[in-house]
Design a protein around this ligand. Sequence first.
Ligand SMILES: O=C(O)CCC(=O)C(=O)O
Ligand SMILES: [Fe+2]
Length: 389
Amino acid sequence: MKKNNKLNNNRYYALDCRKHSPSEIAKKSSLLIKKNGFCVLDNVISKSKIKSIRKEILTANKSIYQNIQKIKKIVKIKKFKESELLENKKILLRSVGIEGRPSKPPNDIIWMPKYAKYLANENIVRCAKSMLDDQVKIAQLHPRVISTSPDSEKEIILRDDHLGLPRIDHGPAIARDWHTDWPHDPSAYGGGDPNENIGFIRRPFPDITMCLVMIWYFNDVNDQTGGTWVVPKSHKDHRTPRGPSDKIVLTAPIPGEIQIKAKAGSVFIQDSRLWHSAPMHNYSEKDRVAVVNRWCPWWLSTNDYAGKSRFNIVCRPLSKKEFFNLPKKLRPFMRHLCPHVVDEIHSSLLYKSKKAVDRTRWAYKLLKRKPYGLSKANKNIKLSSKTYS
Ligand SMILES: O=C(O)CCC(=O)C(=O)O
Ligand SMILES: [Fe+2]
């Protein structure tokens, strides 16, 4: 049997949220992501809500694009002060709260209030925490629409995106765009441009999940309609498709690849190290509508570089009003995006920290009571055989 056929045909990568409790989903999804590098959670959003959210995302996609085009036009005319740009009523820009950095378009979530209600879905949050850490944040978020393939795909149009990365929008079903995602993407969005490069992890990658990429599908996806391509287990490989010396042709099929099948309302979740590709073809009559978000642990440096970038999608900011308009349960994951509120360590970490302080206090008390009686207190402590290599 061809490699990964069973995984593909039986959708062994999928878990149905209607059939498991959130804690089971957290456990099972973590196992799948660790093993294969990805999983799909089915039925995260119920069928009855899909149509209106899909419509909202399509409108948001247009508004986000139009706002950026308007900003580009204005900043081209002359060098405006940031304060002038922020006051310009024709465009939407938000301060990132760091001296010397350009303001950015607001976080895309402000255009998608219906979708925002689902983003902190319990199954999603539990899975993210179980894979990353007790405290997590959403560092990037954007709609991802793949329009229906043009009748003729004979001519592949090569273009550079707004950050100068090479792109093609459509291609035949055989075409791929293999990559690993931020922070494991060596093209680092800006390539050789220090104003746009956001940094990337050196190889060999440490064996730890640093970012979960979530793709929320608002169409049924399959091999005809825009399913994401993946190479199962590639998150453990020491190469990366865009690696300059890895000898991978990133536009060609790779043995073992499969294309995700999922119903609208499902969420594809992957370790950022997994080799994956957006499909170049969409043979259905409908655009493939999805929202991508990148979740990471509190400790990952998400926004320290590309200090001159106005248009990358990294940590697009929120005003105070926009932040407080978010659903309450979503705020902890987006608090770091609002320069007007103070981010803080969450209660689960605080609780564990307090326990650590209690333990320290207890040990000092012991020391005070019988300083010379402690000489053998740790005699049973042996270094664990489970050490790092
Ligand atoms: O749209 C897809 O299916 C994949 C998107 C992707 O790879 C990305 O946004 O990094
Ligand atoms: Fe990607």
